[in-house]
Design a binder for this molecule. Structure first.
Ligand SMILES: *Cc1c(COP(=O)(O)O)cnc(C)c1O
Length: 409
């Protein structure tokens, strides 16, 4: 493609950002399974070490298979957006071994002892534990508020001058709460605070946080970006290119949470169908939500595509569609939840989310079985709550499976 040819659609960007400019003219960016790269001369070695592209030196520092995935995800998050000067937004992405590794880089490269991170109370478990068990030990303070109440955000920022980073996860597990990215970012930017968004549940196809002036976007690529459940991975994206290439990159390589060429290759293949998958995931999810909301065995459905969800308006404002995740409360508590799960024929019993097939879990007997009942109730994880990541199977089969599994109630 010439530099003047602009791609106008997000699927074209997903498929054609990485290009084919490798030495062997391979159609797909190859799996560069190599720990290190060779230099023809001392001079060349010196130039690569001094240059801004650190991808052809040592694979902990970068690798062309990582670069293909990183550049594609950066292009997706920046798609159609402009920077403050009105030029197309440029982002730098750093691929990691897991979402947790990318989150560690985000927090540790931006926070030091005495600083505070402000976040929402409904957080991914790994993020919550990383904050409290790892960050806490480094002397960083954690302040958790309900960010859906903007007064709580304003109040926290006004009272605490040590807050440096505001971390938003939206939509969030398991009740699909949404935080208004634009409103929270506006409040944070009045005090020049950094803002990061965990965009894992939405994917860049449904939600682009950089539109609202945030500094960092995070994904567990394990979920919708990979899309097929074939690899664990994480990515951290930033718009301050200089900082991403120096300070943030330095923490990343020193912590050693680099990806690997095979997982990065799988991720690159998954990214190409992101738009198609998300369209189908969301269309199916809407039908599932309507079906469950009308079912006599179901007490309540948490899905932001339904007007009954308290964050319906925020979701409509900042997301293209309400997404593929939902949770619902069965009548009959923990026993009803277990029986329902056991009766499923096609939907898959598993934690995780964002795979092409439908995944269903029962937090009270699975992911949160070790959490005290009182504690999990505070986070909306009631006894009969079922979490569902709606897949792209044919909708009739998903509905039939749910229908027969609900027959007991
Ligand atoms: C899965 C997940 C993570 C952690 O990512 P891993 O790839 O499992 O390390 C973080 N945030 C959210 C919202 C997730 O769903």
């Amino acid at each position: 493609m010439s530099e003047t040819f602009n791609l106008t659609g997000i699927s074209s960007v997903a498929m054609h950002t990485a290009g084919h400019n490798n030495a062997e003219h391979a159609h797909l960016t190859p799996i560069y399974a190599t720990s290190t790269f060779t230099f023809d001369t001392a001079q060349e070695g010196m130039e690569r070490f001094l240059g801004s592209d650190k991808t052809r030196i040592y694979s902990r520092w970068g690798n062309p298979t990582f670069t293909a995935a990183e550049e594609t995800i950066a292009a997706l998050e920046a798609f159609g957006l402009k920077d403050e000067q009105g030029n197309p937004l440029q982002l730098k992405a750093l691929l990691h071994a897991s979402g947790q590794a990318a989150m560690a880089t985000l927090f540790l490269s931006n926070l030091k002892a005495g600083d505070t991170v402000l976040s929402h109370y409904s957080l991914y478990g790994g993020t919550y534990e990383l904050m409290h068990k790892v960050l806490g030990q480094t002397g960083v303070n954690i302040r958790i508020v309900d960010m859906r109440d903007l007064n709580e955000v304003v109040d926290a920022i006004k009272k605490d001058s040590t807050i440096k980073l505001v971390h938003i996860e939206t939509p969030a597990n398991p009740t699909i709460q949404c935080v208004d990215i634009e409103a929270v970012t506006r409040i944070a930017k009045e005090k020049n605070l950094l803002v990061s968004v965990d965009n894992t549940f939405a994917s860049p196809y449904l939600q682009q946080p950089f539109k609202y002036g945030v500094d960092f976007v995070f994904h567990s690529t394990t979920k919708f970006l990979n899309g097929h459940g074939t690899a664990i991975g994480g990515v951290l994206l930033g718009k301050d290119l200089e900082k991403m290439k120096t300070n943030v990159w330095k923490w990343h390589v020193l912590l050693g949470g680099n990806s690997n060429p095979f997982d990065a290759f799988l991720l690159s293949q998954g990214l190409k169908t992101l738009e198609l998958r998300m369209e189908r995931h969301c269309a199916n999810a809407m039908e599932v939500a309507r079906f469950l909301a009308a079912h006599p065995g179901v007490a309540h459905v948490n899905y932001t595509g339904l007007t009954s969800h308290p964050d319906y308006a925020v979701s409509q404002k900042q997301m293209k569609h309400p997404g593929a995740l939902m949770s619902y409360e069965l009548k009959g508590g923990i026993e009803a939840g277990k029986q329902f799960i056991d009766r499923l024929q096609m939907c898959v019993r598993a934690v995780s989310l964002g795979t092409v097939d439908t995944l269903i879990s029962h937090p009270a007997s699975m992911s949160h079985v070790g959490v005290a009942r009182e504690e999990r109730l505070k986070y909306g994880i009631t006894d009969g709550l079922i979490r569902m990541s709606v897949g792209i199977e044919n909708i009739a089969d998903i509905l039939n499976d749910l229908d027969q599994a609900l027959k007991l109630h």
